[in-house]
Design a protein around this ligand. Sequence first.
Ligand SMILES: [Zn+2]
Ligand SMILES: [Zn+2]
Length: 380
Amino acid sequence: MPSTDLIVHRPEGLYCPPGDFYIDPWRPVERAVITHAHSDHARMGSAHYLAHQDSEGTLRNRLGADIDLQTLAYGDTIDHHGVRVSLHPAGHVLGSAQVRIEHGGQVWVASGDYKLENDGTCPPFEPVRCHTFITESTFGLPIYRWPSQPVLFADINAWWAANAAVGKASILYAYAFGKAQRLLHGVDPNIGPIVVHGAVDPLNAVYRAAGVALPPTLRVTDPGATKAALRQSLVLAPPSAAGTPWLKRFGDHSDAFASGWMLVRGARRRRGVDRGFVMSDHADWPSLQKAIGATGAERVIVTHGSTEVMVRWLCEQGLDAQVFVTEYGADDNEDDSNAGAPSSAASSTPSSEPGTEASATSTGSFTAEQGNAEPPEPAP
Ligand SMILES: [Zn+2]
Ligand SMILES: [Zn+2]
């Protein structure tokens, strides 16, 4: 029944016909709701943007300081052409949101990217009851199961401490937005100084401004970054820093890469690093199933990642499942956004009632008509 669908696929992106807006469009449009500021979901050139308030810093940084941006808190509702729109935590990166859309008795949720484990750097994923759930499937294969964070950080801390004990810097490559801040938040800062690359530093500032606790960090140009200090340090750098002269100052060092793809031995080998830490800001296979189940949705649309495998699994569960072919996923390789083409790691894989209590009505340029604040109807 395409005529009643609240979100349809268009060449520009995912489109809401009754509301006349797009969600994470990959081409410039008039009105864009943005789930989060990773570059494959937040693109330049749209006339009006709507996003979570904690995405403002990263969006203005990446899309331009002067973009027309309206922000919402989680659970706040706006009414646009009779469509009720609200944002709910996705637990992916700072400011990441699921978009809940309600119209004509139907509730749809477009979740963008998400993960379930609470990492302490953004509010954890909140299941939102809906009729139709739009999900990613970046790591939608049964092999993908993440270690718990205590296990992960014990490994990273042990690697850093062992290197520091022999006077070697520990260079840890991780995506500059999201992953680098999770690492900072989770490591033991008592082991030694923490040095951050220039690509990571501005994003740390955005997180700190949003109230996320991050330990003190140094830039290599700081007076405290002495040769002796560098030999004890953990260095957080984007993957694009690998093989550059920037690394020379650290001398003899050990290196590692933090990504969900590190679960695949071939991906680690191709990276040519000493260690691979399995860390993702996407849901693993069991978490995808759990998240989808918690929505109560009877219909599921899969946008990127292992879409075929996920659709087959969902159909086996008796759900109505389909794929929307999108242009998301570039960042989901968990590489640096400047690194260009996805690494071959990607091809090594076959291819509550939210908001019932929240009702602030925001004003701003996104909506032509502002509705009055009313609690949303209970979702199915
Ligand atoms: Zn993302
Ligand atoms: Zn994505």
